[in-house]
Design a protein around this ligand. Sequence first.
Ligand SMILES: [Zn+2]
Length: 181
Amino acid sequence: MNVDLERELRRLREQAATEVVRWPSREPIWTAVYNLTRGRIDRRPRYTTGQLPALDSPWQDTDSGRYFGWRCRRANLNRGQAFVMEYIVCPHCRIGWVDKPYTIERYQRGGLAAAALRALREEHSGMAWHTGSGHVSSSKAFWVRVGDGVEGGYLPRKLCVHVARHGGVLPDWLLKRRGDL
Ligand SMILES: [Zn+2]
């Protein structure tokens, strides 16, 4: 890794908690309609990965294009995507799940994933952290390293009853109807 790239990656790591632009600020109207109609009218926008914007910021936090209702945290470098990861936080259980962190090959081993995970822990303090999928063998050492000293340790854990793989954190009226609240 050359010196310039090392410097760029260090700067990007330092910006992980502070230089984050968020998009969109949710869709309050369609979320309200969805809740008021108890799900009969659901026009909440569902984006695909290709529809997500590349924001002019070192880090961005957008809707997920992979799992509806989740968020996507991403780092940008040299006008391209450097790192991307999906996550969801359950306010009832105070558990966060992260899923499928991926760093573009030329930026790998630059600490971007660890910096992103740390930034999310700072934003959501007092939570336990897990992974939503099993660990492939090539990533086991990574999870052991980043999970050291973290509550939950990023061990694989099933989603709780309040969170759906597609749908994110479910609304209170639906959880009550199901008897899960
Ligand atoms: Zn929960």
